[in-house]
Design a protein around this ligand. Structure first.
Ligand SMILES: Nc1ncnc2c1ncn2[C@@H]1O[C@H](COP(=O)(O)OP(=O)(O)OP(=O)(O)O)[C@@H](O)[C@H]1O
Length: 287
């Protein structure tokens, strides 16, 4: 490990009773990089974040925030947007910003132009995109050195998503280290580096290509996509429906052809490179 890591987990494990939510995870984030944390629902992403931020104690292993224990003093130097945004829904946007500035003893941040019309609106009455934007303003107001974002763009429209990602990249460009969870693969592609969790473990890391490794997939072309999907699913083949396009990762083409011909389905199949989502499905099924 080098000395410039601002978030670090060393064999960090967190158990809840007999259940291991985070299992011996070693990872780090450095200044100026955007690290994407991927994994299916329940993979352990939020629990890992809570360990890194000192909101939960590891059962085993160690975590560090800005080179020290993730205590209150170190937490004051980071910005966190949790899944539930951490805003007071019964306060207005302006009141939330003032409250947070008071807590951090910093100047009240300017309200961005896109939120001007809502400065006196209760946060609970705002559309989700505006709520997320307000949560970003709060998280960035004290100029944090680390930014941790748990599904920051979930449920917002494409334009707001692009704007939030502009903000994330802008922060990294000024040297902030960012850890961001996402279920959107086009967002994963905007990260400098990816970490993939499954069943509490860190199962792959690196670039998109590193994560996909040598996993292959097959595209199944057929007019009768609904029936074809049902046939492959019933045969316990890992099938993915994307619109009306059918894809099958990590399965021999002969296995697919045989299942389809047994069911009398007329389809053409083409081997293709797998996507990250397909790799995630393969990993989740193998656990
Ligand atoms: N306080 C807790 N007590 C018991 N089990 C918990 C607790 N917190 C989390 N878990 C369990 O740990 C597992 C990992 O949860 P976690 O929220 O970290 O997953 P996640 O990858 O963030 O999922 P999502 O993408 O749905 O947010 C889940 O099975 C969850 O039910």
């Amino acid at each position: 490990m080098t000395g410039d890591e601002i978030l670090r987990a060393q064999s960090a494990t967190r158990r809840f009773g007999d259940f291991t939510a985070v299992d011996a995870v070693t990872m780090a984030v450095r200044p100026g990089e955007v690290v994407g944390l991927l994994g299916a629902n329940g993979a352990g992403k939020t629990t890992l974040i809570r360990l890194l931020l000192g909101l939960l104690a590891p059962t085993e292993g160690a975590v560090e925030l800005l080179g020290g224990p993730p205590d209150r003093a170190h937490r004051a130097r980071m910005g966190y947007v949790p899944q539930n945004l951490g805003l007071y829904r019964d306060l207005t946007v302006a009141e939330n910003l003032s409250f947070s500035a008071g807590a951090y003893d910093t100047a009240v941040p300017e309200i961005p132009v896109t939120l001007h019309d809502f400065r006196d609106t209760l946060v609970g009455d705002l559309a989700l995109g505006a709520q997320r934007q307000a949560a970003f303003v709060v998280a960035l107001a004290h100029e944090p050195e680390v930014l941790v974002l748990d599904e920051p763009t979930s449920g917002v429209d494409a334009l707001s998503r692009a704007e939030l990602w502009d903000t994330i990249r802008g922060q990294a460009d000024r040297g902030v280290g960012v850890l961001v969870t996402t279920h959107y693969m086009e967002e994963a592609q905007q990260c400098d580096r990816l970490l993939l969790m499954a069943g509490g473990r860190l199962v792959a890391s690196g670039s998109e290509n590193d994560i996909i490794g040598d996993t292959r997939a097959v595209a199944v072309h057929t007019a009768d996509w609904a029936h074809t999907f049902a046939v492959l699913n019933a045969a316990d083949i890992p099938v993915i429906l994307d619109g009306t396009a059918i894809r099958v990762p990590d399965t021999e083409p002969a296995t697919i052809t045989s299942a389809l011909s047994d069911a009398g389905v007329d389809a053409e199949i083409t081997p293709v490179a797998a996507t990250i989502e397909e790799r995630m499905l393969v990993l989740a099924r193998s656990r």
